[in-house]
Write a protein that binds this ligand. Structure first.
Ligand SMILES: Cc1cc2nc3c(=O)[nH]c(=O)nc-3n(C[C@H](O)[C@H](O)[C@H](O)COP(=O)(O)O)c2cc1C
Length: 189
């Protein structure tokens, strides 16, 4: 079951934008992050939820999509995320956040997958512009943005060859391929 969930939990970048996500659903997902591990149990992460079209539209321009797909500028209007969770580090609790935010986003994504949703972690963010547009106080470091929605694309995982090209790619039918290094390549001892 967990392998099935992890396999289904791909990075989705095209969504049925008209399928709205409720604030309550986002709260349930953040609750999964709340219950996840945190170094020294400091729990320095804070969250901003966005699920209204107007707020979503203020976030979208500050995100970069699929760097390897050079001729794709990102999701078109109608295929954009219907919600976002912005993951912040509260510098009044700690100055560094270790891998807490990585664990938190994976918990959220697995929960979203279970609910029939999908998402994409976005680390390439125009942070200062986003801070300005959402009026995020300087005490919070913007760590990651998680885009969420009902996926409108299919993604397949493949095992990369012996000299692997790890770049994901999209075929002429729009199917998104994600090569993963083989197990015997990554276990080195
Ligand atoms: C920390 C982190 C930052 C990422 N940043 C971006 C990003 O800025 N834009 C994007 O389109 N995808 C981003 N991704 C998604 C990766 O491209 C994706 O995980 C990778 O292509 C493998 O696909 P998979 O998630 O389906 O296994 C990010 C993933 C991680 C873990």
């Amino acid at each position: 079951m967990i392998k099935e969930l992890i396999l289904k939990n791909r990075s989705y970048r095209r969504f049925s934008q008209e399928d709205r996500i409720e604030g309550q659903t986002l709260m349930e997902l953040v609750d999964l992050a709340r219950l996840s591990p945190s170094a020294a149990n400091m729990q320095p992460l804070k969250y901003i939820l966005s699920y209204e079209p107007e707020k979503n539209a203020r976030i979208f321009p500050h995100l970069a999509w699929a760097g390897y797909l050079k001729d794709w500028p990102g999701p078109a209007e109608g295929e954009r995320p219907s919600a976002y969770i912005i993951i912040l580090g509260d510098t009044e609790i700690n100055k560094s956040f270790g891998c807490d935010h990585g664990i938190a986003v994976q918990s959220i994504l697995l929960g979203a997958t279970e609910k029939g949703l999908g998402g994409c972690i976005v680390g390439t963010v125009q942070r200062e512009e986003l801070r300005k547009t959402l009026d995020i106080p300087s005490r919070y470091e913007i760590l990651l943005v998680l885009a969420l929605g009902k996926p409108k694309e299919e993604v397949v995982v493949e095992t990369a060859g012996p000299t692997p090209d790890i770049k994901y790619w999209r075929d002429d039918k729009g199917l998104h391929h994600v090569p993963k290094r083989a197990l015997d390549e990554i276990i080195i001892g």
